[in-house]
Design a protein around this ligand. Structure first.
Ligand code: CA
Length: 222
């Protein structure tokens, strides 16, 4: 789950980001409306937390532009005061939910999870052979036994499972797992894949290397 957090109060932004990361969410933080507008074009963002009062273009305008582009991305607005007018305006412009500051961290986490669940009718589990991934709890199991995956390994495996029986290039994997310009080399992808292979080995699943191109996840025995 990738959260784009737009908040110009640096201390608050840092605090919220830490809370969300503690709940296994990938968080990208930006501090003004223009930056938010650009970051929201990334296809990997699964939900946006958007402060209304921002330097440059405000949160209302960011939502308006997002919806004008036809995006259905779930958006939760943060409002500084309990002002009915603000909330109504935000919802009318296409925000899905709002929280009034100060709010309790567990409420933010619960609302974000609910928004993503509602917007994303994917099956709860990804399954292949004895391997099962639960995207919400981020648990991976092989024949019912939990296997230990790093966040990156998890993301790579999730992408491969979502595209199983198709060849996926290393660059596609990088684009899928790293939306915000973090550096990862093609070699690093090879390292993640080789670690994943050793962990899912017993599930009857193989990740075949397609030389010069990428990978193919498939069941090893038919
Ligand atoms: Ca603000």
């Amino acid at each position: 789950m990738h959260v784009l957090l737009v908040e110009d109060d640096l201390v608050l932004a840092d605090g919220i980001a830490r809370i969300l990361r503690g709940h296994d969410m990938a968080v990208h933080v930006v501090h003004d409306g223009e930056e938010a507008d650009r970051a929201l074009i990334s296809p990997v963002v699964s939900v946006a937390v958007l402060d209304i009062g921002l330097p440059g273009i405000d949160g209302f305008e960011v939502v308006r532009r997002l919806r004008a582009r036809g995006s259905a991305l779930p958006v939760l607005l943060l409002t500084a005061r309990d002002d009915v007018q603000d909330r109504v305006r935000g919802l009318e412009l296409g925000a899905d939910d709002y929280l009034v500051k100060p709010f309790a961290a567990p409420e933010l986490v619960a609302r974000l999870k609910a928004l993503v669940r509602r917007s994303n009718p994917r099956p709860v589990h990804l399954q292949m052979g004895g391997l099962q991934l639960d995207p919400f709890t981020r648990r991976a199991t092989v024949d019912g036994q939990v296997i230990d995956l790093s966040a990156r390994e998890w993301a790579v495996l999730e992408h491969l499972m979502q595209h199983s029986s198709r060849v996926v290039s290393k660059q596609q994997i990088i684009d899928a797992i790293l939306p915000w310009g973090e550096e990862v080399t093609l070699n690093a992808v090879e390292v993640y894949v080789s670690r994943i292979r050793s962990k899912i080995d017993s599930a009857g699943i193989s990740i075949k290397t397609i030389r010069g191109f990428g990978y193919l996840l498939e069941q090893s025995n038919g």
